[in-house]
Design a protein around this ligand. Sequence first.
Ligand code: B16
Ligand code: MG
Length: 213
Amino acid sequence: MPKAVLFDLDGVIVDTAKHHYIAWRALASELGFEFTEQDNERLKGVSRMDSLNILLEVGGLALPEDEKQQLAAKKNDQYVKAIKQMDETEILPGVTAFLTALKAAGISFALGSASKNAPIILNQIGLYDAFDAIVDGNVIEKAKPDPEVFLKGAELLGVAPEACVVFEDAQAGIEAGKNAGMYVIGVGDPEVLTGADDYVSDLSEMTLDRLAH
Ligand code: B16
Ligand code: MG
């Protein structure tokens, strides 16, 4: 049985991609171009500034750094207003039951997210105190697929990387987990996400037996 579990946030615990999309689309519209839901798929698991760079590439715009910082801050203000309306009804299927089962089995778990807003989201949905450690965009230097976010989680939990299981919905996140030497469970379609050791469509499919692989 693994000793620890590391969870990505957006797409695994909650679906914040829809809130990110509304805010990015509004910014693109102000800049005079369309940003589609398909374009938004490219932003999953990607840091805020990298997301802005992808958006500007879609719009064919090259802007100076100070202007980019202002645009990222503007998008974030709108996004934060939206996530401050979130509550526990937005927790994705199976999450609460699986976390409860992990606690009962004495398996520790941490968050491993690219988001700098992870603490706000976890507070809104009432799960902040449930996690044994939180590693988010505020404490990491290298974005996924770099393994830093998950290695830091394992270190904080005092567990060897090989004894950790990662849940991830983004391709870069699956690669980050594998680069960390961990067993990775992809959350989503195996036809779209590659390289994970196992796949579920959401956490309601997870059991402790399946975790034991
Ligand atoms: P923020 P995750 C990621 O969260 C999102 O998937 C990605 O779309 C977002 O750009 C990134 O967090 C940064 O978020 O602007 O809130 O710092 O999937 O790693 O939990
Ligand atoms: Mg994610």
